[in-house]
Unconditional design. Structure first.
Length: 254
């Protein structure tokens, strides 16, 4: 069965991919909830926030902060995208999320102190606004609206990582992979006829690090999906051929 165009419409798949955060979640509408956490600030207040920070740029693949480093502040993403990930004692990594403009990274100890529980690196050339812990405290003390924004941003982050834990604890790895493909289709998909082309390039290693498996397992499972007519994988691109059945697998119904 091919993709039903009406299904694509019902799932709010846009003709043009949007810059959305990507992480494992059962509720697709929550993926980008934290992207507008500073939206309640006036233009004047936002100017104050920007003048309190410093712009920094990172090239693709460059580390921004590292697991075990001391917290010193947060980074607001203004351009590009950032991956946050955790590395276990064996060196095996699990990707927590891919963050896009409007989100911040560097929590949870926003005022500084303690050590980072995970790392972050730039997935493309990235522009960030860095706010030190003391600067953040000063803004919170003098600008109540910024304090409310920060709380909302932390709430969004908490929901993100709660969703990740729920997915890891309640879904099989096959269901997680199917759900991840659905997420990528909804956030970075372009409908072409009865197909949904995922325009974000993701490697098998990337997928494995998100769903908590190995690259070899992902390769084997994607091949099974392809033989069932669910997807087509070619030249680093993924095409969803049967959205409804893939979603059924993600929901544990098939």
């Amino acid at each position: 069965m091919l993709v039903n165009p009406q299904t694509l419409k019902d799932q709010s798949v846009q003709a043009q991919p949007r810059a959305s955060a990507v992480y494992l979640s059962e509720i697709l509408s929550d993926l980008d909830e934290g992207a507008d956490f500073l939206s309640r600030l006036s233009a004047e207040d936002m100017d104050i926030v920007r003048s309190s920070g410093s712009v920094c740029r990172f090239e693709k693949g460059e580390g921004i902060f590292f697991q075990g480093d001391r917290h010193s502040g947060i980074w607001l993403i203004e351009g590009g995208s950032v991956r946050t990930f955790y590395a276990g004692p064996s060196g095996r990594e699990i990707t927590l999320a891919f963050w896009t403009p409007g989100h911040f990274i560097g929590g949870p100890e926003i005022f500084g102190g303690g050590t980072h529980m995970w790392s972050a690196d730039a997935q493309e050339d990235t522009k960030l606004l860095y706010l030190t812990g003391p600067r953040i405290r000063q803004l919170v003390d003098t600008m109540p609206s910024f304090a409310v924004c920060l709380i909302n941003g932390l709430v969004a982050k908490g929901k993100c990582y709660s969703a990740l834990v729920q997915m890891l604890g309640t879904r099989s790895v096959t269901e997680r992979l199917a759900q991840l493909l659905i997420i990528l289709g909804d956030t970075h998909g372009k409908p072409v006829g009865n197909q949904l082309i995922i325009e974000k390039v993701v490697t098998h290693e990337n997928l494995a690090a998100i769903v908590g498996s190995t690259r070899q397992w992902v390769t084997i499972t994607l091949d099974k999906f392809q033989k069932k007519g669910l997807i087509t994988a070619k030249r680093g691109r993924m095409i969803i051929e049967n959205y409804d059945l893939l979603r059924a697998i993600a929901d544990g119904d098939s």
